[in-house]
Design a protein. Structure first.
Length: 394
């Protein structure tokens, strides 16, 4: 089942394509709007979330694939021929249909939203937002695709799930305004902007992956009208990556503890994120803070020298991350765990610097000592020989 490697994750061959489009958006955006469409603090937080979301691949090679293949092996009802155009189109529709429901449940069930809120936690909307992915969502989303294993060969399914995710990258932009008749059928930047909005008319709308027809069919479609204000209804205004990933689980736990009855405690996790006792299943969005259209995204001022420092160290840890994935087959589990911890520590420390926390100097000093030690003992390889720590005196 080699073809299934990377199931539910974007293939690494997509990286140059992503980087090229993000740079293009940066340049075209600056020319069109006269100001940067990406900020360093928000953009790096999004890219960090994307990196973290792929870390489980290092230690657990696709337990979720095993489930798809297990269902295929044991419960196959009707084997669709892998080389038929019909199979290709049916799988395309099937994956997109399942994605609609994965996504809708991720918004309508609070414990699933705790994972998915990461993707919505940016107050900006650009291509880096597409990569702001959840660490934990992958542990539940695969369940929704299992019915396809009754008929669709795993190899065909694996191709389509990746195509579906790849498609959704380019729609995270404000630079493409309207695509005419394509807007009737496809999920486009215009439709997905609404999905990321916190305006009342945007909440719980436009769940589609490639096609928008599912939203039109199931009554969750909304057309873009008022200026969209992006992000969570209660913006988190944080750049600390572990907090961004996990804070909502803590919030839900505290919310449930405040209720006396078991029924209310359980409802906290399985009903909508805005649910409260006495309210409908999805809560009452009229209770949410009003959007005026004048909201300004959180973008703290910080020294240029710190921005350069964070930018350089982010590129260095990106290199380490790339090397870690390249060499995971020859590393011991302990070494992988150690390097994964180092990547997490680095991204956390850079987030602390962006937030200008008082403890950032101490944390960054500890991190730099660990970095030099890892370089000294060859656990880290420098992208440039000049940055290497000498290990011998000649
Ligand atoms: Zn969503
Ligand atoms: Zn999105």
């Amino acid at each position: 089942m080699k073809v299934l490697k990377g199931f539910s994750y974007l293939p690494k061959q997509a990286t140059p394509f992503f980087v090229g489009l993000m740079l293009l958006e940066l340049v075209v955006g600056a020319l069109m709007t006269g100001s940067p469409v990406v900020t360093l603090s928000d953009g790096l937080t999004s890219l960090s979330a994307g990196m973290i979301s792929r870390l489980p691949l290092l230690v657990m090679r696709g337990c979720e694939l095993s489930a798809y293949v297990y269902v295929w092996d044991h419960f196959l009802l009707w084997e669709l021929p892998w080389d038929s155009a019909w199979t290709w189109w049916l799988t395309f529709l099937g994956v997109d249909f399942c994605y609609y429901w994965v996504h809708r449940f991720a918004h309508e069930v609070a414990i699933l939203w705790a994972a998915h809120q990461v993707h919505h936690s940016s107050e900006y909307y650009n291509l880096t937002t597409a990569l702001r992915q959840s660490l934990t969502q992958q542990f539940t989303s695969w369940i929704f695709y299992l019915p396809m294993a009754l008929a669709v060969p795993p190899s065909i399914f694996a191709v389509h799930i990746q195509l579906n995710l790849l498609y959704q990258f380019w729609i995270h932009t404000e630079l493409i305004r309207d695509l005419g008749p394509l807007e009737w059928v496809f999920n486009t930047p215009k439709h997905h902007r609404v999905h990321h909005g916190r305006n009342l008319y945007c909440i719980d709308k436009n769940y589609g992956g490639i096609l928008i027809i599912w939203d039109r069919l199931f009554g969750t479609f909304a057309a873009e009208s008022d200026k969209v204000i992006y992000g969570l209804v209660f913006p988190i205004r944080k750049f600390e990556i572990i907090y961004v990933q996990l804070h909502y689980y803590v919030y839900l736990w505290k919310k449930s503890r405040a209720y006396k009855t078991i029924s209310n405690k359980v409802s906290t996790f399985i009903k909508g994120p805005s649910w409260k006792p006495g309210k409908p299943r999805l809560g009452d969005h009229v209770d949410n803070p009003k959007v005026t259209g004048n909201e300004v995204p959180h973008n703290p001022n910080w020294l240029l020298s710190f921005q350069v420092y964070v930018g350089v160290h982010f590129l260095l840890v990106l290199w380490t991350y790339h090397e870690l994935f390249e060499s995971k087959m020859v590393l011991s589990q302990l070494a992988i765990l150690g390097m994964t911890s180092y990547v997490l520590l680095t991204l956390t420390s850079l987030g602390f610097i962006i937030e200008q926390r008082p403890s950032s100097a101490f944390l960054e000093t500890v991190r730099c000592v660990i970095m030099v030690t890892l370089l000294r003992y060859n656990y880290l390889r420098s992208p440039m020989p000049l940055l290497s720590v000498p290990t011998e005196v000649s």
